[in-house]
Design a protein around this ligand. Structure first.
Ligand code: ADP
Length: 356
């Protein structure tokens, strides 16, 4: 697949870290080396480009990282890179270090940066690395599976002690504004209630259900809450549940523990396949794509399309966002968004129906 034009590429991790980013870096480095292409590891995301902080990586430099959370390249949020002057510094750094293209691992902010660089002559390919699974163009993002397994592990522990003491535990989970972690961990831990922004939460119904279940001798109650509502909401929810159900209720915010730890098999597999695909696309002369997995197929999707589709899925789309797309493309986006929402709704409804 090697295109003679590529002698050296760069790889960076940017935005919030996610378990499996290391596995993606390893895959990128080794795929490139297999194709006779050198790899520069950019340190601290886009800041490393702005400040010319990087190191050449060989196959051994990425040894023994596939099993580690965090990112060996470190990550940062670089505001300077969002300004034209910062971007120009990043482009100059790429030229100076003879970097012919970049693989950028991160979330939607990272992809906007990748788009800006591509437009200025540095071809970029994005890889979705975020625990939140909030990149709508892909069914799964790297880190999401590990984060969910961490939540399940911790909630199982809370459940043990809830059962002993006949308690409820309200658990706030991450996911930013997206309820994916909450829904799926709620389903997998047998939560009696799941509060997410996407669908209305029937608090009164949940409280009534808990009272009935208490009478039927249920002893452990788990309520999963998305962080999207903010800190006060979940803490107050615990107080209200305790007051109205007369079940002792504790509150737990799992916070950043969800962002670390050994990546699961799924995340390592996804990261390895996506890293390979990203380099393949880059060396084939493609750019401005984000590597996605859709119905188990790894593919490249135009970043602009992916960001527009993401806005549509999140209900943030404006008329001017879709002027560049044909009617068929818009119809496809709407149909795909509906499938994604329907899948989420089905899991949400099933979780509620079987927590009796
Ligand atoms: P994530 O990639 O996880 O969404 P951020 O939104 O913090 O995380 O973005 C990571 C980095 O990408 C930022 O620190 C910044 O350097 C760059 N970035 C974010 N948004 C933009 C943008 N609109 N244009 C260019 N670069 C951006």
């Amino acid at each position: 697949m090697a295109d003679k034009k590529f002698k050296r590429i760069g790889v960076l991790t940017s935005g919030g870290d996610a378990p499996g980013m290391n596995a993606a870096v390893r895959s990128v480095v080794r795929t490139a080396i297999q194709n006779g292409v050198e790899v520069m590891g950019i340190i601290g995301g886009y800041r490393g480009l702005v400040e010319n902080d990087m190191k050449l990586l060989d196959a051994r430099d990425v040894a023994n990282i596939i099993n580690h959370g965090g990112t060996m390249l470190f990550t940062d949020r670089c505001l300077e890179f969002k300004e034209e002057s910062g971007l120009q510094k990043a482009v100059a750094t790429c030229r100076e270090n003879k970097i012919d293209g970049l693989v950028c691992i991160g979330g939607d902010g990272t992809f906007r940066g990748a788009q800006d660089l591509t437009r200025r002559g540095i071809p970029c390919i994005g890889i979705p690395g975020t625990i939140d699974n909030d990149i709508s163009a892909t069914d799964y993002t790297i880190g999401y599976d590990t984060a969910m397994n961490t939540v399940v592990d911790l909630v199982d522990k809370l459940r043990d002690t809830c059962e002993s003491h006949a308690r409820c535990n309200v658990v706030e989970v991450m996911g930013r504004n997206a309820g994916y972690i909450a829904i799926n961990t709620g389903l997998a831990t047998g939560a009696v209630g799941i509060a997410i922004e996407e669908f209305p939460f029937d608090l009164d119904g949940t409280i009534e259900k808990m009272k009935e279940l208490k009478k039927a001798k249920k002893r452990n109650f788990i309520v999963i809450v998305s962080e999207a509502f903010g800190n006060e909401y979940s803490e107050n929810l615990a107080k209200r549940i305790e007051k109205e159900t007369e079940i002792e209720t504790k509150f737990a915010r799992l916070a950043h523990v969800q962002r670390g730890g050994r990546p699961t098999l799924r995340d390592r597999e996804l990261a390895s396949l996506m890293g390979y695909k990203a380099v393949e696309l880059l060396l084939d002369g493609k750019s401005n794509l984000v590597v996605c997995i859709r119905d188990e197929v790894i593919c490249g999707i135009d970043i602009e399309y992916a960001l527009t589709y993401d806005k549509l899925c999140k209900g943030k789309i404006k008329a001017e966002d879709i002027t560049g797309y044909s009617q068929e493309q818009v119809a496809k986006m709407v149909a795909d968004a509906k499938i994604r929402e329907d899948r989420m709704r089905t899991s949400y409804e099933i979780a509620s129906k079987i927590s009796i």
